[in-house]
Design a protein around this ligand. Structure first.
Ligand code: E4P
Length: 219
């Protein structure tokens, strides 16, 4: 399973690169706004800066909601760097744009997916990644992980679907572990959720004991 982080913060991305387990980055307009990245030129430069830090897929989202606008924006984003994945919302015009990009061999990430039917459509249109939002479903008392399992079953039923399941809106380590059990291809979430996988109290107490026993005989 691949690990992406969901952030536009360069320091956080650098920290994840140094950890050595990062495969890619997802961003969205809210995350770009959070970093104060405004204006088309700065936004495009920021994507290039992320591409310089990480040698893996970097999702950059279109703002347009009409087909022509998405194609225009998506082509400009794809021209920035070979690692850019054009992120397109799950709406009717978005499906048309995903189909267009798949025919041009430009990779896409279909975002804001909340149902198995939407994931089926994204795969039919030729999306490279589909992003079901686990955490946001959990937030409204709907089982986000059950959706990942449902999509896994559907995609595995058909060899012709190459679309990868990118479990998004992951919030904590158990989301990651459960996604791995289900067979999601990728997860994306904050670096804190990935780093939380490190933690176990028996690891901490065991290490403390090893070090104190070493000191007893070695001084
Ligand atoms: C996915 O690509 C989205 O950017 C993201 O995972 C949304 O996460 P959130 O629900 O924590 O905002």
């Amino acid at each position: 399973m691949k690990f992406f982080i969901d952030t536009a913060n360069l320091a956080e991305i650098q920290e994840a690169v140094e950890l050595g387990v990062l495969d890619g980055v997802t961003t969205n307009p809210s995350l770009m706004a959070k970093e104060g990245i405004t204006g088309q030129d700065r936004v495009l430069k920021h994507y290039v800066d992320i591409c310089k830090l990480v040698d893996g897929p970097i999702s950059a989202e279109v703002i347009a909601t009409d087909f022509d606008g998405m194609v225009r924006e998506g082509e400009a984003l794809a021209d920035l760097h070979p690692n850019i994945i054009v992120k397109i919302p799950m709406i009717e015009e978005g499906i048309k744009a995903i189909k267009y990009f798949s025919q041009k061999e430009i990779r896409t990430n279909c975002t804001l997916v909340f149902s198995a039917g939407q994931a089926l459509l994204a795969a039919k249109a030729g999306a490279t990644y589909v992003s079901p939002f686990v955490g946001r479903l959990d937030d409204i008392s709907t089982d986000g992980l059950a959706l990942i399992a449902q999509i896994r079953t559907i995609y595995s039923n058909y060899y012709s679907f190459d679309t990868q399941i990118l479990a998004a809106s992951v919030r904590h380590p158990m989301h990651i572990v459960k996604c791995a059990e289900i067979g999601a291809d990728v997860i994306t979430g904050p670096l804190s959720a990935i780093k939380a996988l490190l933690k176990h109290p028996l690891t901490d107490s065991g290490l403390e004991k090893f070090l104190s026993d070493y000191k007893k005989v070695n001084g």
